[in-house]
Design a protein. Structure first.
Length: 95
């Protein structure tokens, strides 16, 4: 019997509103988010236009989450429908 290895990723479902809020919180333009995530500018624009959960594959969601994580911004949510965006203080910033 072959061994099947499965990996699970903690990928939240993101909303267009969360992506816009995270970008506003971090004060970056869509072009900068595209550069940081490795996604096209058109993809960023399309996702930000969506109201509610974005229709994107796991790689796209991971790329966006990783891009924001690199600049200390994290997405948050729970199974009750509450969603949010958090910005962690950068090392060296005043508390």
């Amino acid at each position: 019997m072959p061994f099947i290895y499965t990996m699970t990723f903690n990928i939240l479902t993101l909303t267009g509103e969360q992506i816009r809020a995270a970008r506003a919180l971090s004060r970056i333009e869509q072009t900068e988010l595209a550069r940081l995530s490795g996604l096209s500018l058109e993809t960023i624009k399309r996702l930000e236009r969506i109201r509610g959960p974005v229709d994107a594959n796991a790689r796209t969601l991971r790329a966006i989450q990783d891009a924001f994580a690199a600049i200390n911004v994290q997405f948050d949510g729970d199974d009750t429908g509450r969603i949010g965006v958090l910005q962690h203080a950068r090392q060296g910033d005043a508390a």
